[in-house]
Design a binder for this molecule. Structure first.
Ligand SMILES: [Mg+2]
Length: 363
């Protein structure tokens, strides 16, 4: 067991996992919201004469959703909208642009009805429309043609092109890549990596790895790790092993083929930002190695804090007693206090401070 196991996902009052993972209540709330939007869209869009269905996609479906960690960020929920027709039939079929216009227009209608919705991004993004809600989340609606005869999907892009992008096989791959008994740990590892990316790439947005990239890299590393019989290990040790594998792999070869379509490279980090990415991954690897060789929980936590910053809980104060070697005198470490500032109780997170709160200037 790693020394920081209790603080990662164990019995400590605050855990890294607890700090980055939505509560069941938050997940229920998000689910209510996307259910409401999905049934509205299905009903309204079916007037065009094609069977319409929706499917939850992305992090929520993968079980790897993390909380927004900074001011201005929001939960990211993806709901795919599928228009179904048989490509081989002689019937005229809608264009990609038409599908996107229908969805965008219905979202705008929805905004005018639903009280809690705030805005629809206009013009929409190339690959989806987005409804932004006031309660720190947004719902993206990538829109697809579902070919009912072949069970294949293609994404309708705003520019009018159809992108061969079918989320179903990749999700199936992820579901099956590791045994049922290991899947929860894989999901936790993906969440740690996503939290690290959210923290470490704030000042280097172009070098930030995408969620899907981290998810696939973690899954492939875990498959290898478990094939090597690293079973029943704690999350901190497992993360250290996974990060070591990631670093070795990416330092040698930056390509990350989509496991269900080897033609596609999931690594979209531009070449000019690659060094910035690798440097940060190396620092994470160093922190993990340092933590793994730490003698006690406090030193392991401090090592991980180098990567996770304010997200990493430190041991409860009375347990952090460091013996000064020369005098054997016990020194009590002064704990860092992380302060989350909200605009109202249960409201939006305005800022996260350490030890003191910056008072905003009043103009
Ligand atoms: Mg999204």
């Amino acid at each position: 067991m790693g020394k920081a196991q209790r603080l990662f996902n164990g019995s400590a009052t605050h855990t890294l996992y607890g700090r980055i993972t939505p509560t069941p209540e938050q997940l229920d709330f998000l689910q209510e919201q996307w259910n409401a939007l999905a049934s509205y869209l299905c009903e309204r869009l079916s007037v065009w004469g094609y069977p319409v269905s929706t499917l939850l996609q992305g992090s929520y479906r993968y079980g790897t959703l993390i909380k927004p960690l900074h001011r201005g960020e929001s939960y990211d929920v993806d709901v795919g909208v599928y228009f179904s027709w048989d490509k081989t039939s002689n019937q005229a079929s809608p264009t990609a642009k038409q599908l996107r216009a229908w969805v965008q227009s219905e979202l705008q209608q929805y905004v005018s009805h639903a009280g809690e919705t705030v805005d629809v991004v206009d013009p929409p993004k190339e690959r989806c429309s987005r409804a932004i809600y006031s309660q720190q989340f947004h719902i993206d609606t990538p829109t697809y043609h579902l070919d009912s005869a072949s069970d294949q999907r293609r994404l309708a892009c705003l520019s009018g092109k159809w992108e061969e992008s079918d989320p179903k096989p990749l999700h199936k791959w992820f579901r099956d890549v590791v045994d049922h008994e290991h899947r929860d740990q894989l999901r936790r590892l993906v969440r740690y990596l996503k939290a690290w990316a959210a923290i470490e790439f704030q000042d280097a947005a172009s070098a930030r790895p995408s969620s899907v990239l981290l998810t696939i890299l973690a899954a492939e590393a875990c498959r290898e790790m478990w094939a090597e019989r690293f079973w029943g290990i704690s999350d901190d040790t497992a993360l250290g092993l996974v990060v070591g594998k990631l670093y070795e792999r990416l330092a040698n070869d930056r390509r990350v083929p989509n496991p269900v379509d080897a033609e596609e490279d999931l690594n979209r980090i531009p070449q000019e930002a690659w060094e910035a990415f690798l440097t940060r991954l190396a620092a994470l690897n160093d922190a993990a190695q340092l933590a793994e060789s730490a003698e006690d929980e406090a030193s392991a936590a401090l090592a991980w804090e180098g990567a996770f910053q304010f997200l990493m809980p430190l041991p409860e104060t009375d347990e952090v007693e460091i013996i000064e070697e020369s005098s054997s005198k016990a020194l009590m470490q002064v704990p860092d206090v992380v302060i989350h500032v909200y605009d109202r109780p249960g409201g939006a997170l305005l800022s996260t401070c350490r030890n003191e709160v910056e008072v905003p200037s009043i103009s």
